[in-house]
Design a protein around this ligand. Structure first.
Ligand code: 0JX
Ligand code: SF4
Length: 327
């Protein structure tokens, strides 16, 4: 007689239940730029009341967006849909100067939640283009941060997405080339692209310090420290979050099966089949409570021992834009 699938002794249940160790990567979850961007919208909702318009998702996380929406934020793709004179927030990923000009033309009260580390890259783009260089931006086409950075000096900037593209790049003057990067790329892959650029343009110049930000770097290092030991890696984050997707790819490059989950509801029992050591982390835009919910759900399948592995301690905090500073 076939085993009853709801019998707790059914082989499928046996495979996913039982004691488990969760290796919790630290740092994980919110970075300083995300905390600041969310606080900007929250403070505006408190001080001015809704609706507060936000251009694009404030950060690339469906839970953050849904939560702010329920409190009166209205997310729009295009400033043309924002009523004249209304308050509009620019997202953490930054905007091109053309977007600022559009907001001014429409008489909008714009509050800028761009992460200061993205603004730093915009300033470098202007500086490098200003000295007559071709600016090579390493990043992903269509990403909002890339659109914003490209917009600073569009005539002088080219996007490169891979080492193969870098190796074939043609520029007006090979002696005058600088590079910049998106802040949320994979550190190892980006190093290969820079190497390919340097091989093609030996006079290549770059930013003073890496454009891949501290939070992206730290989340990759903390995951790297647990990925090999884990039989499965789960990354909490949304599908359009570049830094979160990079974490999944990193674990897979280490040879460990890895999945991106928006929340505990995405967890699939078959992934857990026979897994006794599970690595858990979250992208920079994923709220910490979502990670806690995953641990709680795993606890329902058997005793869980949580081991937090901390590879760095983060103490960075960015001040709020003056328009929303309290007190
Ligand atoms: O898609 P990204 O990783 O650039 O953005 P996300 O997920 O909103 O992360 C935080 C914001 C990062 C800006 O650099
Ligand atoms: Fe800023 Fe880095 Fe966070 Fe992006 S991931 S918001 S650049 S701190």
């Amino acid at each position: 007689m076939p085993a009853d699938p709801i019998d707790p002794k059914h082989p499928a249940w046996r495979a996913v239940t039982g004691p488990r160790t969760v290796l919790l990567a630290a740092p994980r979850s919110f970075c300083a730029g995300v905390e600041r961007a969310i606080e900007v919208v929250e403070n505006l909702l408190d001080s001015r009341g809704g609706p507060i318009y936000v251009r694009k998702q404030i950060v690339h996380n469906s839970h953050v967006v849904a939560d702010l929406e329920s409190r009166g934020a209205v997310f729009v793709d295009d400033l043309d849909t924002v009523p004249e004179g209304a308050t509009v927030v620019f997202s953490a990923h930054g905007v091109a100067p053309a977007v600022r000009a559009q907001a001014a033309r429409r008489g909008l009260d714009a509050v800028d939640a761009t992460c200061p580390l993205v603004t730093k890259v915009h300033n470098e783009a202007l500086r490098f283009a200003g000295r007559g260089d071709t600016v090579v931006l390493i990043g992903h086409a269509g990403h909002e941060e890339v659109e914003g950075t490209l917009g600073e000096a569009p005539e002088h900037t080219v996007l490169v997405q891979s080492a193969a593209e870098a190796a074939e790049l043609e520029v007006p003057d090979p002696e005058r080339v600088s590079y910049l990067t998106q802040t949320t790329l994979a550190v190892d892959e980006t190093a290969e692209v820079v190497e390919a650029l340097r091989a093609r343009f030996p006079a290549l110049r770059g930013p003073g310090s890496d454009d891949i930000c501290y939070a992206t770097t730290n989340r990759q290092l903390s995951l790297r420290a647990i990925a090999n030991e884990s039989e499965l890696v789960l990354v909490v984050g949304s599908g359009n979050s570049s830094n979160s997707v990079r974490l999944v790819e990193l674990a897979r490059r280490q040879g460990t099966p890895a999945y991106l989950i928006d929340d505990v509801g995405d967890l699939r029992p078959d992934w857990l089949d026979g897994v006794r050591v599970l690595g858990l982390t979250a992208g920079a835009s994923a709220p910490p409570r979502l990670v806690e919910e995953v641990v709680t759900a795993l606890g329902g399948l058997g005793p869980v021992t949580v081991e937090e592995r901390e590879t760095a301690r983060e103490s960075i905090h960015f001040t709020l834009p003056s328009a929303v500073r309290r007190g």
